[in-house]
Design a protein around this ligand. Structure first.
Ligand code: ADP
Ligand code: MG
Length: 528
């Protein structure tokens, strides 16, 4: 018997690949699809505003009953007041996978050039409807409207409709509308949580959300402070692998290996480039494009191993800062106490990163047996996979590395912990971008940062406990005021009983007016 092969070979377009593997981009089921669509569009909206110094105003609307006999289809629209998209780029930006303005070394929320397109693709394949995009850039005198679909086989945009209007107002920004099959009822808690956390991390944004039952929530801007926009940087030599080195070689306009090293990387000057060239033993005048694969591999290995580089720059990262974190925690969670800390830049595998942490305590925060953890990476809330995130290992009360007793926190406690990691390369655990991997350098920074903020909490808890103890003592003493006032009034024959008792009571009330402990108010009222 002869075995004949009738295997048929062909390649898959990027669009076809992501349709078959939707879960990679977070579209694994109708619940995730609603959440992920909102998330991708909101993140693009925020990148188009705060990364360019614009205070964001973002409107999110989810409508149901938009197609007859399809109760499972929703229309999701997100509008921003961002920089807009030039009309010639709109079709590809929304209907060609792996097309992005963010393929640079710059801290943005996007990065894979997938987000909006996978939502468009998912919408198209589950509802047959195109995406509608309305956009105008800041200096444009026109507003453009497109209806687009994706040619899945070719991974190319299909422009179904294009028109433009004269712009009468100064509006600029983008509005995206798309139909998707979804499950709003089950997605609802996640979508609300996502928007709440977005409002915490971006208190300088106004966010309005209307859900399919016409409920409207408005997260009002609570500060006009904004994080410094991220800046683009050259790659650090220790952060490049063979593939990115090949890419740099393809793109460079330098003509010699020496210039290539000096121009295309951060932290390489004349003398370091000479050292590297001596180590790899390649002629410094060689055209970088003439390097063989073996030479590129050798160069990548040498760059990784050489220890003499300055550490990567952290000054291009866009962190929030302590004031913005505190403003966000205060305005959304209404706690009685907040603290926040921002660490200095650190480095892992050639990538710089900054960790920030905040704690919010008491007030409207409910009691729970473990901290409520709010995780963020590059200002994106991470909602899924909490227990596999490196941060959970640190703050978890039973076996985490932080012992909360040492910070005077007793469970159940009304405690929220916020952790934000900013980096040009966040080490996510999966492609779904929902949890941070156990990178030792990052773990150490997170732990130190949470401890920094927790120390302030500890001081507050101790101070508060002391005040409560004093108030309790005062209640004990208050009981004797009538007797003492009476006796003193009799002995001195001058001050009346009322005068003495009022002034003593006022003293106590003034000192403890902000302390709410069980019994205090009652006792005071009884005496009055
Ligand atoms: P990514 O965000 O990873 O780049 P997306 O598919 O989400 O990928 O977006 C593709 C590109 O479209 C973005 O890089 C950006 O240039 C542009 N874009 C998308 N949404 C907006 C928006 N609301 N405002 C301005 N530009 C946008
Ligand atoms: Mg995006």
């Amino acid at each position: 018997m002869s075995i004949t092969s009738n295997e048929k070979f062909r390649s898959l377009s990027a669009a076809e690949f992501f349709y078959r593997n939707k879960e990679i981009a977070g579209f694994s089921n109708p619940v995730r699809a609603v959440y992920q669509t909102v998330r991708e569009l909101v993140e693009n909206a925020l990148d188009a505003t705060d990364s360019h110094g614009i205070l964001p105003v973002i409107k999110v609307v989810i409508e149901s009953d938009v197609i007859p006999e399809r109760p499972d289809v929703y229309l999701i629209s997100v509008e921003d007041n961002g920089i807009g998209i030039p009309p010639d780029n709109i079709p590809q930006a929304f209907a060609q996978l792996l097309y992005s303005s963010k393929y640079t070394i710059r801290q943005t929320r996007g990065m894979f050039g997938l987000g909006a397109k996978v939502a468009v693709l998912y919408g198209q394949l589950t509802t047959g409807k195109p995406v509608e995009v309305v956009s105008s850039t800041i200096n444009s005198s026109r507003i453009y409207l497109f209806r687009l679909s994706i040619d899945v086989k070719e991974n190319k945009p299909v422009v179904l409709h294009r028109t433009s209007f004269k712009k009468e107002s100064g509006w600029h920004g983008t509005m995206v509308k798309l139909f998707i099959e979804g499950d709003w009822n089950r997605a609802k808690p996640k979508v609300y949580e996502y928007l709440k956390r977005t409002a915490i991390i971006a208190p300088y944004a106004s966010i309005i959300f209307k859900d399919p039952s016409n409920n409207v929530v408005y997260f009002e801007r609570s500060t006009t402070l904004m994080p410094r926009p991220p800046r683009e940087v050259k790659p650090h030599p220790q952060g490049v692998d063979i593939e990115s080195l090949k890419m740099l070689v393809q793109l460079t306009s330098t003509k010699s290996l020496k210039d290539f090293l000096i121009e295309e990387f951060q932290g390489i000057g004349e003398s370091t480039s000479t050292t590297i060239i001596n180590m790899v033993k390649i002629d410094s005048n060689r055209d970088p494009k003439s390097l063989s694969n073996e030479e590129i591999e050798l160069l990548a290995k040498t760059l990784k191993e050489y220890n003499g580089f300055k550490p990567p720059r952290g000054d291009h990262l866009s962190y929030l800062g302590e004031e913005i974190i505190k403003a966000g925690l205060k305005s959304v969670l209404k706690p009685e106490f907040v603290a926040a800390k921002t660490r200095r830049p650190s480095v892992y595998e050639g990538h710089s990163f900054i960790v920030e942490a905040g704690v919010a305590y008491g007030g409207a925060i409910p009691l729970s047996e473990e901290p409520i953890l709010l995780r963020f990476a590059n200002k994106i809330p991470l909602l899924y996979d909490e227990s596999s995130d490196v941060t959970w290992k640190i703050v978890e009360p039973k076996s985490g590395s932080i012992k909360w007793d040492a910070y005077e926190v007793k469970w159940p406690a009304p405690l929220v912990i916020l952790v934000h990691i900013c980096s040009t390369k966040v080490p996510y655990k999966g492609v779904g971008k929902e949890s941070i991997a156990d990178v030792p350098e990052i773990e150490k920074e997170i732990e130190n940062c949470v401890r920094d903020a927790a120390r302030e909490l500890k001081a507050y808890i101790i101070k508060k406990r002391k005040e409560v103890e004093e108030a309790e003592k005062a209640i004990e003493i208050i009981k004797y005021i009538p007797d003492i006032a009476n006796s003193l009034a009799v002995i001195t024959e001058e001050a009346s009983y009322d005068l003495l008792s009022d002034s003593l009571m006022n003293l106590v009330l003034k000192k403890f007016k902000n302390i709410k402990i069980k019994g205090v108010k009652d006792v005071v009222l009884n005496i009055e």
